[in-house]
Design a protein around this ligand. Structure first.
Ligand code: COA
Length: 196
């Protein structure tokens, strides 16, 4: 039944959308979208260990909105160290994910628009490379390939063929080897007020 409703919504869904910076009032809608798109196990992924308790990289939390401003797509990128180079120097990079689009709006180019906006913004902000874990058949069209990450490992189980990299600066990942380590700013929770 849910699949039938999705296809009916898809048929009537307008293809007008905009890409925008995520703001605090989008968080609930973004989390609901991710639960629907990725299922309850999404928080058990190795990528989630890198994201947990952290804030996305500056300017790199994006949403897609429909004509009424509702969140229909999301992508975020995270600061990481991508192992070290051949001289033992840590390599700064970004980890992308999750990327998700509301099922009712799939196939309208929203995922691609989010990816292109994220890559452009990362370049403008002088980042050198983006890593992700995902389907090569989808991400290759944006220039991601497995070879760039072949000596890097995630902190937990991952499928080697799905661990992909895109260099924004040519040669940025040359010799990169080792574990992906989160380096982004920690999420600080609001202080708890105690009654006098
Ligand atoms: C993957 C996802 C973000 C794509 O969003 P979208 O807005 O539908 O993507 P686009 O409209 O830009 O591209 C659609 C094209 O990508 C293809 N595509 C979608 N998912 C794909 C996948 N996993 N592997 C290969 N191709 C894929 C579609 O078949 C379509 O191909 P076509 O252009 O030849 O018709 C969306 O389907 C989604 O949210 N899926 C669930 C969550 C998920 O898997 N996220 C990715 C892992 S982080």
């Amino acid at each position: 039944m849910a699949a039938v409703l999705d296809s009916v919504r898809a048929f009537f869904a307008p293809s007008v959308f905009t890409i925008d910076a995520e703001n605090p009032s989008d968080v609930v809608a973004r989390e609901n979208l991710l639960d629907r798109a990725m299922g309850p196990n999404r928080r058990k992924k190795s990528s989630e260990k890198i994201r947990r308790g952290r804030i996305p990289a500056e300017g790199l939390a994006l949403v897609a909105r429909d004509g009424d401003g509702h969140v229909i797509g999301t992508v975020r990128l995270w600061n990481v160290e991508a192992g070290v180079n051949s001289e033992g120097t840590p390599i700064n990079a970004l980890l992308l994910g999750p990327l998700a689009v509301d099922a009712a709006f799939e196939g309208k180019g929203i995922g691609a628009a989010l990816m292109r906006a994220a890559i452009l913004e990362a370049k403008n902000r002088q980042h050198g490379a983006i890593l992700l874990v995902g389907d090569a058949a989808y991400y290759e069209r944006f220039g991601f390939f497995a070879e760039g990450a072949c000596h890097l490992v995630m902190p937990g189980p991952f499928e080697r063929s799905r661990f992909l990299a895109l260099e924004l600066v040519e040669g940025w990942l040359d010799g990169a080897a080792g574990m992906i380590v989160p380096t982004g700013r920690m999420l600080t929770s609001a202080p708890v007020r105690k009654a006098a």
